[in-house]
Design a protein around this ligand. Structure first.
Ligand code: ADP
Length: 454
């Protein structure tokens, strides 16, 4: 795709002085870019082959703590190294940073150079390979929603994350005038990402003051996850460059709408959409119905990967456009799964469960695995739901808390079969640790509630 760099292009741009820095990045469990800033001369001489990182990068939390309980990395085992192996097909300029290029890496075991099983990119690649064995490719799009705030991240942090004021004063859903006022951030976001080879479709105001949505054209699943991760980082960096804060926390205020990351999914075969059947009422192929049946049946098992923190579950609320039920519907935004593009060649399923804090590699991997299971087992898709699904008492529930989702993850025979016990145990530990950290905290809410009246 235009915008990416070949290794030869990089060499000539280094020689001419256009590029002097290469960001060598891996993706951690939280979906963040982690890595090193290389002098470009060193990168093109040697480090393009590999570099190293401490193996705690895949056994830490948002705060970079060193939790106990991981089989793969610990104080006892000495926190050794992983190999970071640049995937040169992801080499691209970073137009919003002077003289900079970027590459994404696969994370390999230091001793035998095999992929680390719990690395998010490896987890997604494994499911893409399983799908390829069945003869299909996955095309995916993950929407990015986030809030922009008046102050900078540093000011907000120093102020204790209080008095958070969104960049706009009113609900800016589809607003052109209000979003014009945010173009100093959103225009460079769109244009710089496009110039970095990321097929931006559009940005728009979302359904709350200060809320934005960024849409990237659907792509093969691995590209989609790479694009999402780079775009999320770019949004934060570009907002920071302009003295503002961008936050992907799903629910920053109890009374404000939360931020999601809806995932659009379709399977293709030899470049043709395989979810399409013109003869069907809704234009859905049998393959699509089996895929969706698996997606829905195993949603409680994989919800953790769509909602990985305590805060993620504050988003799921009746009447909020965030779903609470594991059912599907035709173009109805109250259900967990929405059929989009019915009767067209763009027919696809949109999963609406995921929050803006999801890791796109993990989210796509577990949904692909569930869809594959539906295809392999010829699972039958029930009838679509209609009306206000929030009030449908027969519909299955999405786990309503991190604790509940940790239980369904830990006990999922399906995920253990498709991801492996080691991977499920690893992420179960991450989920448990998050809850343990929360349980240690004394929150503002309990102090205000009980200080005088308890
Ligand atoms: P919404 O109303 O949910 O924002 P859009 O029409 O903007 O829906 O499309 C959302 C996303 O769906 C876009 O990123 C688009 O690229 C993606 N999309 C379109 N067709 C397909 C498809 N066949 N498979 C997967 N994603 C698709």
């Amino acid at each position: 795709m235009a915008g990416t760099l070949s290794f030869e292009d990089l060499k000539s741009q280094v020689a001419s002085g256009v590029i002097d820095t290469v960001l060598v990045c891996a993706v951690d469990m939280q979906g963040r870019l982690m890595g090193k800033r290389f002098h470009a001369a060193n990168f093109i001489e040697t480090s393009y082959e590999e570099t190293h990182c401490c193996n705690y990068l895949l056994a830490t939390d948002l705060e970079m703590a060193t939790p106990s309980g991981y089989a793969s990395a610990s104080w006892q085992a000495g926190y050794g190294d992983y190999v970071l192996q640049p995937d040169l097909s992801t080499l691209r300029p970073v137009p919003w940073l002077a003289g900079t290029a970027m590459v994404l890496c696969d994370i390999l075991d230091h001793h035998h150079h095999q992929p680390v099983p719990h690395s998010p990119r490896a987890i997604l690649k494994k499911q893409i390979a399983r799908l390829a064995e069945l003869g299909f490719d996955a095309m995916m799009a993950t929407e990015l929603e986030f809030f922009l705030f008046e102050k900078s991240l540093d000011e907000i942090r120093k102020g204790g994350f209080r008095d958070l004021t969104p960049i706009s004063g009113y609900n800016q859903d589809y607003h052109i005038f209000q979003t014009t006022k945010e173009e100093m951030i959103m225009r460079p976001v769109r244009n710089h990402l496009y110039a970095a080879g990321i097929p931006i479709e559009n940005s728009k105001g979302e359904a709350e003051a200060g809320q934005e949505e960024l849409n990237i054209r659907y792509s093969p699943a691995l590209d989609c996850a790479d694009f999402h991760t780079i775009a999320k980082n770019a949004v934060k960096e570009i907002a920071w460059q302009h003295g503002h804060a961008a936050s992907f926390l799903p629910k920053w205020h109890a009374d404000r709408v939360g931020s999601s990351s809806h995932v659009h999914q379709s399977l293709w075969q030899d470049g043709t959409p395989a979810f399409v059947d013109k003869a069907d009422d809704l234009g859905m192929s049998e393959l699509m119905k089996h895929y969706m049946a698996g997606l829905i049946a195993y949603a409680p098992d994989y919800t953790y990967f769509l909602a990985p923190y305590v805060n993620s579950y504050k988003r799921f609320a009746k009447g909020s456009f965030a779903p609470t039920k594991t059912v599907w519907s035709v173009d109805n935004r109250t259900a967990g799964f929405r059929l989009c593009g019915a009767g067209t060649k763009g027919v696809r399923v949109e999963c609406r469960i995921g929050g803006s804090d999801l890791n796109p590699y993990l989210a796509q991997a577990v949904m692909l695995a569930a869809g594959i299971k539906g295809i392999e087992d010829n699972m039958v898709l029930g009838a679509p739901t209609t009306g206000d699904v929030y009030e449908d008492s027969k519909a299955g529930d999405i786990p309503q808390s991190l604790m509940a989702a940790t239980g369904t993850l830990r006990n999922s025979a399906f995920l253990r079969e498709v991801l492996g016990d080691d991977v499920v145990d690893h992420y179960t530990r991450a989920a448990e640790w998050e809850q343990e950290e929360f349980d240690r905290a004394v929150t503002d809410w309990e102090i205000a509630r009980g200080f005088e009246r308890a």
